[in-house]
Design a protein around this ligand. Structure first.
Ligand SMILES: C[S@@+](CC[C@H](N)C(=O)[O-])C[C@H]1O[C@@H](n2cnc3c(N)ncnc32)[C@H](O)[C@@H]1O
Length: 277
């Protein structure tokens, strides 16, 4: 299949669905996150070795998580992972001693996460749930972890409000979404608009992102907007980091320049936040 063909097929299927969140669900249910290329046909791990490979790609593909996030810092704490995908983060948190609850919108993610947990003999409470409508009592968790999820939902702000409710006072969390002030958003977008002529079929810089980005929705945020959304929900933004996936932003540029561009214009926006005690 040519580049992006799977994404296009999934988008067209989801577009036939009327309900906004159902479109999100249909997209992910047909292409669950396994860190395999979205155009590969054999994307679903089935063996313990297959899951170890997904876990390896999860850390290798997300250097900030590998190098700057301490999965062992939550021993004895109640942690909620929103959008667990294949369960790599939940397993790392559980291995570090956290009492983990993992949720995802789609049944495939639950099956993958359960199998991943099983192959590692860990314990995680896995549930199918829409993060826009969390079914937990208020103040249930010490920490909320979400990597690459809430910008794919129909209404990201609804999830942020739910996070504020389920976090205990004094609790904290981290959410990663896509960064609008990024090279990928502008350069890749312009390339598709101008060089590939998508501007002539009515695309804008915003809409063209959907042609080469995962998810039915892929809302890109600036750090300022994202922080403001958390403040509106009564949470306290503490630190914003711009980071990247483990690919060179511009082919063949020197390594130091690549590093500089990623730190300032990387595609991933990580917000760490807290709830006042
Ligand atoms: C890009 S994948 C990320 C998965 C995982 N966090 C990772 O990094 O491998 C996005 C995941 O978010 C889930 N998701 C999207 N919207 C959601 C929602 N409203 N509630 C729960 N999960 C959601 C999707 O089903 C999918 O599994």
């Amino acid at each position: 299949m040519p580049e992006g063909a799977q994404l296009r097929v999934r988008r067209e299927t989801a577009e036939r669905v009327k309900d906004a969140q159902e479109r999100n669900r249909v997209w992910w249910e047909s292409l669950p996150m396994t860190y395999a290329d979205f155009n590969e046909t054999d994307r679903i791990p089935a063996t313990a070795a297959g899951f170890r490979e997904v876990d390896r790609l999860f850390l290798e593909g997300n250097p900030w998580l590998r190098d700057a996030f301490d999965f062992n810092a939550f021993a004895g704490k109640k942690v909620l992972e929103i959008g667990c995908g294949s369960g790599s983060a939940s397993c790392l948190l559980a291995r570090g001693g956290a009492e983990v609850t993992a949720i995802d919108l789609i049944s495939q993610a639950l099956a993958l996460t359960r199998k991943n947990i099983e192959t590692q003999e860990l314990a995680v409470d896995v549930r199918q749930m829409d993060a826009e409508e969390l079914e937990f009592p208020d103040e249930s968790f010490d920490y909320v972890f979400s990597w690459g999820v809430i910008h794919h939902s129909a209404e990201t702000e609804r999830i942020i409000a739910q996070i504020a409710w389920v976090l205990k006072p004094g609790g904290a969390g981290m959410c990663m979404v896509y960064n609008r002030d990024s090279i990928r958003y502008f350069l890749h977008g312009l390339y598709f608009l101008v060089a590939k002529g998508k501007i002539f079929s009515g695309h804008t810089l915003k809409s063209v992102q959907g042609l080469y980005t995962d998810g039915f929705y892929q809302r890109h945020w600036t750090g300022r907007e994202f922080s403001a959304a958390f403040r509106t929900a009564g949470l306290e933004p503490r630190r914003i980091t711009k980071t990247h996936m483990a690919v060179r932003i511009i082919p063949h540029i020197p390594r130091f320049l690549d590093g500089f561009l990623k730190r300032h214009f990387g595609w991933l926006l990580v917000l760490e936040f807290g709830k006042r005690a």
